[in-house]
Design a protein around this ligand. Structure first.
Ligand SMILES: NC(=O)c1ccc[n+]([C@@H]2O[C@H](COP(=O)([O-])OP(=O)(O)OC[C@H]3O[C@@H](n4cnc5c(N)ncnc54)[C@H](OP(=O)(O)O)[C@@H]3O)[C@@H](O)[C@H]2O)c1
Length: 275
């Protein structure tokens, strides 16, 4: 008798959760890319450059922002060669709000903002200098705040141009890097609530190891154990990751993961934390 009551209670609870999930589930949305303004920070290399290629090929007006004018010029040339599209380039450091704000204003109202810039120095925490920690937090987290704050007013003010999107791209040896990225998760969750009434959709990407120039550099320095753990989920080609990103943006998804093993690895890490 007690066990059937318990079973009934569990069934009731599960049904309630399913009903709740159905009620609060956000309605599906499509974010168009063609003829929209796609602004990509860190667009001169790796995943950002891959996304810039894809968005240009799909008929978007594309702007890319990064520090090095040489890398920006090379990226512009490669996109022009591959797609025939001339992208706008902006040289600025995301840590400098005024420079970012100037670039965003010059580029014009943004429909799809891809906050992709990132730096990673993989090391165990006790081997990481305070300067390295600060550097990652400044570029990855505070830099993202700068970019979003600069772009948001004009994104909100865009009138009847269809839904908009803000897109943001931890394991052993990644303590400071993970802290900077976890901060972004909190940012994204709260921001989504703030901007949904303006039909702006936030997407977070959880990329696996991706064969970008940044990743190549980082691999030379990271701890051996990090390579073993990260290696178990395999690395992906920049083009594949960029395609998954753009599909995620277009589908208005809140989170985008790239492969099943990566998803399982992230679950395993969460469970290990609760052990
Ligand atoms: N590749 C991976 O395996 C991997 C895995 C997980 C997450 N991610 C994340 O995915 C994103 C892209 O990674 P990626 O591997 O494609 O990187 P990447 O090849 O190193 O490219 C980084 C881009 O960010 C720009 N950038 C760096 N610091 C900047 C700053 N202070 N201000 C403005 N732009 C800056 C770089 O240009 P300049 O140097 O000229 O400024 C470059 O365009 C990052 O957020 C990264 O954390 C990558």
């Amino acid at each position: 008798m007690v066990s059937s009551l318990f079973l009934f209670f569990i069934l009731f609870l599960v049904s309630l959760l399913i009903i709740l999930a159905l009620i609060v589930r956000p309605k599906s949305v499509r974010i168009p890319i063609k003829s929209r303004h796609v602004f990509i920070t860190g667009g001169s290399s790796g995943i950002g450059l891959g996304l810039a290629h894809l968005a240009a090929a799909e008929g978007a007006r594309v702007s890319i922002l990064a520090r090095s004018p040489e890398k920006l010029a090379e990226a512009k040339r490669s996109i022009l060669l591959a797609t025939g599209v001339e992208v706008d380039t902006f040289s600025a450091d995301v840590r400098d709000y005024d420079a970012v704000s100037k670039a965003v204003d010059e580029s014009g109202p943004i429909d799809v903002l891809v906050v992709n810039q990132g730096v990673f120095i993989g090391k165990e925490l006790e081997k990481q200098s305070p300067e390295e920690v600060k550097f990652m937090i400044d570029v990855n987290l505070l830099g993202s705040f700068n970019v979003i704050e600069a772009a948001l007013p004009s994104m909100k003010a865009r009138e009847s141009r269809g839904p908009a999107s803000i897109f943001k791209a931890g394991i052993y040896g990644y303590t400071a890097y993970s802290a900077s990225k976890f901060g972004l998760q909190g940012l994204a969750q709260a921001l989504q609530q703030e901007v949904i009434s303006h039909d702006i959709h936030v997407t977070l990407l959880f990329p696996p190891d991706t064969d970008t120039p940044g990743f190549e550099e980082e691999q030379k320095k990271r701890p051996e154990l990090t390579s073993i753990i990260a290696g178990s989920s395999g690395s992906m080609k920049t083009k594949e990751v960029a395609k998954i990103c753009l599909d995620g943006i277009k589908a208005g998804k809140f989170t985008v993961t790239c492969h099943f093993i990566g998803f399982l690895l992230s679950l395993a890490i969460v469970l290990a934390c609760f052990h």
